[in-house]
Design a protein around this ligand. Sequence first.
Ligand SMILES: [Zn+2]
Length: 277
Amino acid sequence: MTGLSDLTAHYERSPIERKHTLPHLRRSPPPATARTPPSLLALAAFALACGDDPATPPQEPPPPEDPPCSRTSEAGYVRTDSRFTEGPVFWPAEAVEGCIPVAFDPVGSKDLPAAAARDALWRAADSWAAAAEGCGAPLCLRDGGDVPRDEGLGLREGGPNHNLVTFTVDAATWDALQSPTVIAVTTTTINARTGALVDADVNLNDAHFLFADDEVGAPPDALDLETVLRHELGHLLGFDHGADPGSVMFPTEASGGERRGLSGDDVAGICEAFGCY
Ligand SMILES: [Zn+2]
């Protein structure tokens, strides 16, 4: 397979807390009234090309193999730009028709039982699917089964490829990949000729952060796993950070641990991105 490229989207803790400044990090705007919440989170994304030279994109990209659907909207959502074609990334029709599989690393998280982490994942996935169903868009996600990290993380030439959710518990392993302040990374691999998504993996930083699936009784520093996964699945589905402060794809989280659902912009995005299949 030729012309594959990776895009990574990072979910990060704000430098306000960690005094750790990254050039791509966007700081949360100061709240209008309330005091600054104790646990500000910031989400930031940047694209990193691997396996293809971004300086030499195809001069005449062929028509996409599937309709990219809406590319712009007055709503606040943003679809991930493929960087190599004129349009956003998108899942091929056969992937959408068969339901996009999401596999789970059975090792799970150190912070909560694997069953609870799975439940959080599927609540997050179901929220996106329910939003699509509400407007008749044929988006569905299905259980891709248990896939060990070594088999599922990253792209494999010739496949099979798994869209994997995995937790990195070991600090040295995480630190070799990302800054400790990064909460999660979703790496999507696309066909650079068409913008079609090939693989998407969600890697959560379980080495430096604590995840919880319930606000009640959770440690004050814990992150709501369902919200983090809803955000990362948004990247998996082809969305970048958006401008709606209520959106789960907004680049900053104003109050740590608080569960965030889909906003009107998120729903508009999923309906327009998946409405034309
Ligand atoms: Zn993000």
